[in-house]
Design a protein around this ligand. Sequence first.
Ligand code: AVI
Length: 320
Amino acid sequence: ATAAAGRVHFHDLHPTPADMRAEVLAGLALAQKRLSPKLFYDAEGSRLFDAICELSEYYPTRTEIGILRRHGAEMAERLGREALLIELGSGSSLKIRTLLEALRPAVYMPVDISKEHLLQSAEDLAAAFPGLDVHAVCADYSSAFVLPVDHHDHPRAAFFPGSSVGNFEPDAAARFMARVGQILGPGGRLLIGVDLIKDKHRLEAAYNDADGVTAAFNLNLLTRINRELGADFDLDAFRHEAVFNAELSRVEMHLISTKSQQVQVAGETFAFTEGESIHTECSYKYRIDGFHALAAEAGFTAEQVWTDPDELFSVHCLVW
Ligand code: AVI
C-alpha cells in the first residue's frame, strides 16, 4: 500500500513475519535456545531502545552523534548532494537530522520495521525540514526488499548508523552489505557506524545499565511473545544478562531462567533448567581494519573513516 500523508509518502511492505510463530518455536527448540533480536522492536521495545540511547553508560549513540556533528560537512561532500538518501533502521530519525543540515538530499527514504515509530518520525522530520521529499518504507531491511520508487536520476547513498551492522553475524553482515551495494549501484556510497573493540568493563556496562532499561528491553521480548503468541513466560522467572565474549568480539545478551520451569508457547511446551539461557542478541565490535576487510568481502571499498578522540566508535564512508 502506498499513501501520501502531507509530503510524507508511506510504503508498507508488511515486514512482520507471518512466520514469527515458526521462528520463535524453532529458536526455542535449539540446544542453545535463541530468539531473534528483530523481535525487540515492537512499540514498547522501540520506546525502550530510545531510552537506552539516552543512558550515560550507552556511549555509542552520543559518540556517533558527536562524530556526525564534527564531520557532517565532509560526509555530505562524500555522499554527494541531491542524492536519494536511504536510511536503514531509521527508528526515531534523530541522527539523520545532523546530516540533513549539511546534506540536502533530493529524497530521504527512511526504512524501518516499526510502523508507528516510522510514521511518527517521518512526519516530525518532514515538519522540521520543509521542502524535503520523504518516502517512508516499512520493511525488514535484513531481508531482501525492493525500493518502492526508483529515482534513478539521483546518485544513491545509504546511512546505516548505530552499529546495527554489529547485530548480524559477520558473514551475514557481509551478505547484507552486498545487498545494500546492489541497491546503491556503482559509485553508490554507504555511510555506516561501527562500534569499536574496547575495554570489557566499558562494553558490559553499556549493556547492563544501572537503571535496568536494557534489562526491560531484553525482557520485553517475552512480554511480546506472551501477547502475540499466547505464551505464558513468567517475567519474574527470567533475568537479563550481558557479557562480552572477547574471543568472538561480541557482547551477548541472554535471558536466564532463574528456576527449573516449563513454558507454553503457541501450544508447545518448553522446559528450562535453572540457569539455562535464551540467547537474544549479539552485538559484534570491530577494529577498523577488521571492518574494512568485512566491507571488502561485501564488495565495498573503504574511502574514509572518522572516529572520536577516544576511539570508541567509528563512522565509515564505503563506495560500491
Ligand atoms: C541496535 N543495536 C545496534 C543495539 C546494540 O548496541 O547492539 C541494540 C542494543 N541492545 C542492547 N542495547 C542496545
